[in-house]
Design a protein around this ligand. Structure first.
Ligand code: 5AD
Ligand code: SF4
Length: 477
């Protein structure tokens, strides 16, 4: 009987990718994934530390799982092993084993390739195991790629860590220094994903556009160059990347948006604030005008590009005028979708000890005002999509029989009545209706677009016609 594994993933897409890799690794050690944690022999919480009370939430989840374990033992059932992985594990380290000694393994994001060994050691030596090193060996070299079919839209981590030290952010402390995977490793993994059915790949990194992996020519390659190379993989129709930092939007990457048809016209580019004073205090390294110039250049080469961003309200020292500057920037730029947060002081970051902390009520008020504006922009943007005909890559069955769900180039989910044989294909869809977070459409009357081939990698049904919203995911940078 295979052992049963359940992984609960919090936070950003990098954690989603890490969870997939952990599942792949443990599959080799006889674990099959199950949807129900109560049925599992091993539960992994892959945690996120970006916002307040993250650790407290993990401890209460652990408390619940401990009860499941005790009930199971009392009933004479098998054991339930508990692993905490990800950024809370990294940040808490030994403190977690002290506060929750019933946890079997605490493992950071850089060392989960050692999980089988840690679990075995736990069984042998009894005590809870801790591994939050930043090892010299790369986990990527040691992780087997799963033999399972790939998702039609797959994630591929190409870069990790961050050296930018924005004064509000814990990432540089939990994920460590910036590191890029070599070009050859990225290409090999992308080819494997495509061979196993992926048609879209989203390149991931905390600072993905700071990518500078070693190229086959012995020189570091930029993200723009890597994207051009990836786009040549036969059968790979769509490319995306997230999350980017405005400071690293170089010409090669901006030009890729003009020249690489597979590169989708949607970009998540966190600005955080529209006030130069606040941006400086955040250590972001650009001004509002710099950001707007980047947007201008992007729109010049790809007029239909849809923009998404992150915002923080009530950073220490933010005045009413600073906040109004953020509102003005949003009005000027126009976002297809966005994530906004009230500032949360994270222990260990410079922001947490800055004078002039903004009152919580003011942070919340500003957040509400900003969200009203951003939501109105997002709604206008979705509404604009209705009536368009867009290429949709069908990724999964819908909730209702006979229905498929896919995405437009602008990352909008679309529900369409379509035969399951169309799963994994790209079809032209007429968008008929907009909902708050998705669209409905029907297969267009004219013949379905040919599947893209190597020399005609992508058929764009509409050009320069729409900007669109995205899925609610957390991201970094
Ligand atoms: N407080 C509020 N928001 C934060 N983010 C990161 N750290 C904090 C914090 N301390 C937000 C940023 C980032 C997104 C992933 O989370 O907007 O881009
Ligand atoms: Fe790095 Fe992004 Fe965090 Fe800034 S917000 S420190 S760029 S991960």
């Amino acid at each position: 009987m295979p052992k049963k594994l359940h992984i609960k993933t919090y936070g950003c897409q990098m954690n989603v990718y890490d969870s997939e890799r952990m599942a792949g690794l443990l599959a080799r050690h006889g674990y099959a994934h199950v949807a129900d944690p109560a049925a599992a022999d091993l539960v992994i919480l892959n945690t996120c530390h970006i916002r307040e009370k993250a650790a407290e939430k993990v401890y209460s989840e652990l408390g619940r799982l401990r009860l499941v374990r005790e009930e199971r033992r009392a009933a004479g059932g098998g054991d339930l092993q508990l692993v905490v992985a990800g950024c809370v594990a990294q940040a808490e380290g030994r403190a977690m084993l002290e506060r929750a000694p019933f946890v079997d393994v605490v493992v950071g994001p850089q060392t989960y390739h050692r999980l089988p060994e840690l679990l075995a050691r736990r069984t042998r030596d009894k005590g809870g195991q801790l591994d939050t090193d930043f090892p010299v060996e790369s986990k990527f070299d040691l992780l087997p790629v799963s033999a399972e079919p790939s998702p039609i839209s797959a994630f591929l981590t190409i870069q990790e860590g961050c050296d930018k030290f924005c004064t509000f952010c814990v990432v540089p402390y939990t994920r460590g220094a910036e590191e890029s995977r070599p070009v050859a490793a990225v290409l090999a993994e992308a080819e494997q994903l495509v061979a196993r059915g992926a048609r879209e790949i989203t390149l991931l990194g905390q600072n993905v556009n700071a990518y500078h992996g070693d190229g086959p020519d012995g020189r570091p390659w930029s993200l723009g160059r890597l994207i051009r190379e990836l786009a040549a993989i036969d059968g790979l129709w769509r490319l995306r990347y997230t999350t980017s930092h405005p400071r690293d939007m170089d010409d090669e990457l901006i030009d890729a948006h003009a020249e690489v048809p597979a590169l989708m016209p949607f970009l998540h580019l966190p600005v955080q604030s529209g006030s130069d004073r606040v941006l400086q205090a955040m250590n972001r390294g650009y001004t509002a005008a710099d950001f707007e110039r980047i947007v201008e250049r992007l729109r010049a080469v790809r007029p239909d590009i849809a923009l998404s961003s992150d915002f923080i309200t009530g950073f220490p020292g933010e005045s009413d005028a600073d906040f109004e500057a953020t509102m003005d920037l949003v009005r000027r730029v126009g976002f297809a979708q966005a994530f906004s947060f009230k500032y949360s002081p994270r222990p260990g970051t410079p922001g947490a000890v800055m004078p002039q902390q903004v009152k919580d009520s003011v942070r919340a008020e500003r957040l509400a005002r900003l969200q009203t504006l951003l939501e109105a922009q997002a709604a206008a943007f979705i509404a604009k999509t209705v009536g368009l005909t867009l290429p949709v890559l069908f990724e999964r069955p819908g909730r209702h029989p006979g229905q498929l769900v896919g995405r437009t180039p602008y990352l909008q989910a679309v529900h369409v009545d379509a035969p399951s044989s169309m799963l994994g294909t790209m079809q032209v869809v007429a968008i008929t209706e907009a909902f708050p977070h998705s669209l409905a459409g029907r297969l267009a009357d004219h013949p379905a677009a040919d599947q893209p081939s190597a020399d005609d990698p992508y058929t764009r049904a509409t050009e320069g016609s729409a900007r669109g919203p995205a899925q609610p995911e957390e991201t970094f940078a």
